[in-house]
Design a protein around this ligand. Structure first.
Ligand SMILES: Cc1cc2nc3c(=O)[nH]c(=O)nc-3n(C[C@H](O)[C@H](O)[C@H](O)COP(=O)(O)O)c2cc1C
Length: 189
């Protein structure tokens, strides 16, 4: 059946900062995604993408990143909040693709040291998602006070996040299936 075909939903870790706590959040979401039947995932670490910084946009496309996004039905972006915005490197990476994103679902996970769980970075990412052709869902995950949410080793200290991630992923998977159906079955003309 169409609806039970495997979905590919990679997780993009949106910072290259040494000692980044967002790594723990990205690993957790990837692990929860990988437990779901019918979903394949992959953790894309932007620190490992060899993108030059003396040019921008599709001119610096990385073939591996581009092919993962092309094959994706949805993506999860895990972004820390840096001065209420997103890391410049995350934007640089996202800008390197365009048609690869169109009519695919995106869910955003905000990570912050402060109490608001990255709500401001999520709000700032929304217009970028729209311009890329991604379709946002109406759930986010907000890791607030992240230093208290994970141990230094990366163990989750607050189990309530599992329930929140579950709700978020259910919605993302629904949107991913719906949009795949649309991409494959419904013409724009
Ligand atoms: C340049 C910079 C700006 C930051 N700005 C904010 C901020 O606006 N709000 C906030 O709650 N935390 C802010 N933080 C703290 C991060 O949210 C914190 O480091 C958290 O662990 C997530 O980022 P990380 O994945 O880099 O660790 C900032 C950190 C850096 C490095």
């Amino acid at each position: 059946m169409e609806i039970s075909r495997t979905l590919f939903i990679p997780v993009i870790l949106g910072t290259a900062r040494m000692g980044r706590m967002s790594l723990h959040a990205a690993r957790l979401v990837t692990e929860e995604l990988s437990k779901r039947n019918g979903v394949e995932t992959d953790l894309i670490d932007i620190a490992k993408l060899p993108l030059p910084t003396n040019d921008a946009g599709e001119a610096i496309k990385d073939l591996d990143f581009s092919s993962k996004i092309s094959n994706a039905d949805a993506v999860v972006i895990v972004s820390p909040e840096y001065n209420h915005g997103y890391p410049g490197l995350l934007k640089h990476v996202l800008d390197s693709c365009l048609k690869e994103y169109i009519h695919k679902a995106v869910g955003i996970v905000g990570v912050s040291a402060g109490p608001f769980g990255g709500v401001r970075v999520i709000q700032n990412l929304l217009p970028v998602m729209r311009e890329l052709g991604l379709v946002t869902i109406f759930w986010d995950v907000n890791f607030s006070n992240v230093q208290k949410t994970f141990s230094a080793k990366g163990d989750l200290l607050d189990e309530s996040y599992i329930r929140r991630i579950d709700k978020f992923l259910k919605e993302l998977i629904w949107m991913a299936k719906t949009l795949r159906h649309g991409r494959e079955q419904i013409s724009l003309d």
